[in-house]
Ligand binder design. Structure first.
Ligand code: SF4
Length: 410
């Protein structure tokens, strides 16, 4: 038995070409001297995906059509010498076509093995984007009469180091081995037969003949060698740190515990910018802070809200179930935040003076946020006012975003 496989008994239907692809993959890996510990096999939805149970390698199972994207993430985090192999069906390859093309374009070091049996086997035999025009399926009994994608050509044009198409008969392990040995993106499309659905609608099916009639050229496609996309995280770290250092730290912000703030206003009134400026000032003062935005798809109208968390300790969960402070700067914000303030049993509401006072069980502080520096600065000003009154941040940090302070500097 192959050292790469856990069993000789494969789980596919009798006669399915998937048996052959699994065995040829194992053979190719052994040819190249890979141990199961060196290999990550990424699969997704489809009959090919049950290969997870038989490979002794690391295995990851993803959503339909997404195995290439998952494989890319894994490949980018692995050092040279490890191998990522993506198994995908023709249905998944069609769904995840953009992932495959981007992986080829970026030359991400992995191999995609496409199990192209011209149909979605697991879901009942429907056609995919790789189904030949005259191939009959359950929902297209006369054929789709649509041209199929030419996957090998597409990835070749996108920059793949190596692409090959084989018929899933005989020994094609050397083609797989050539693909696996590439230091860059490679793809092998294996033309297959689904023994459960193909003969039902195509009783005279002959794989080579159908492939030829459909213009499925066999062979390989190669591009000039170019560096594989393998981010060097060691080199990137300093620049990430350098980015963080842009927030110059100042001592002095003291909080005894976590404070959850909801800032609720209107689109176009700088709510997100205000919340971010406030959170950055808090971080500069040595606190931990998170900021999340919330607004409708119509970004330019309606409410705009932000959740801000300040904490002297690292923030492991950035949700706010019960806000400590709700700061409302406009009518849109008042309506949007109703479920929040109506349920408050502790904390405080800060309300712009132009708004009707809500029925709440917590203290409501009314301030004029909108007039002193205009509606566009209402959110910034509101945060500055509240931060100063409640001494959430030292004055020097509040001055970083307070429009009143900015104005006095002008
Ligand atoms: S349904 Fe078709 S593709 Fe799936 S295992 Fe059976 S023969 Fe193979």
């Amino acid at each position: 038995m192959s050292a790469v496989l856990l069993t000789d008994k494969l789980p596919y239907c009798p006669g399915c070409t998937h048996h052959h692809v699994t065995r040829q993959t194992a053979k190719a890996l052994e040819k190249l001297g890979y141990t199961p510990f060196d290999v990550v096999l990424v699969t997704d939805i489809g009959c090919h995906g049950i290969a997870d149970a038989v490979f002794a390698t690391h295995t990851v199972h993803g959503l339909h059509g997404r195995s290439t994207a998952l494989g890319c993430g894994i490949a980018m985090g692995l050092p040279p010498g490890k191998k990522v192999i993506v198994f995908i069906g023709d249905g998944g390859a069609t769904i995840g076509l953009q992932h495959i093309l981007e992986a080829a374009r970026m030359n991400i070091p992995l191999t995609v093995v496409v199990h192209n049996n011209f149909l979605y086997g697991m879901t009942g035999g429907q056609p995919s984007g790789l189904t030949p025009p005259d191939f009959k399926t359950v929902i297209a009994p006369e054929g789709t009469h649509l041209p199929h994608h030419n996957l090998c050509e597409l990835v070749h044009q996108a920059g793949a180091a190596f692409a090959a198409r084989v018929v899933g008969l005989g020994d094609f392990s050397s083609t797989l081995a050539e693909a696996f040995a590439q230091d860059g993106f490679s793809l092998v499309e294996v033309l297959e037969m689904c023994t459960s659905y193909t003969p039902k609608f195509n009783p005279d099916f002959k794989l080579r003949e159908v492939a030829q009639a459909a213009g499925y050229a066999l062979g390989s496609w190669k591009n000039e060698p170019r560096p594989a996309y393998r981010p060097n995280f060691q080199q990137q770290r300093p620049s990430l740190l350098a980015q963080l250092k842009r927030v110059e730290r100042q001592a002095g912000a003291t909080l005894s515990g976590r404070v959850g703030i909801i800032l609720a206003g209107s689109a176009g009134e700088g709510v997100q910018y205000a919340a971010e400026s406030f959170a950055r000032a808090a971080v500069a003062g040595g606190l931990h802070a998170t900021k999340k935005g919330s607004y409708p798809v119509t970004v330019g109208v309606g409410f705009s809200a932000a959740e801000i968390l300040l904490d002297p300790e690292p923030i492991r969960y950035h949700g706010i179930t019960q806000p400590d402070l709700v700061i409302i700067t406009s009518e849109d914000g008042l309506h949007w935040s109703r479920p929040l303030w109506s349920g408050m049993t502790a904390g405080q509401v800060y309300l712009d003076a132009s708004l009707p006072r809500p029925e709440v069980r917590v203290p409501v502080e009314v301030r004029d946020f909108r007039t002193p520096h205009g509606a566009k600065n209402a959110a910034l000003f509101a945060l500055a006012v509240v931060a100063r009154e409640l001494q959430l941040l030292p004055a020097a940090l509040i001055a970083r975003f307070d429009p009143a302070a900015q104005k006095s500097q002008d």
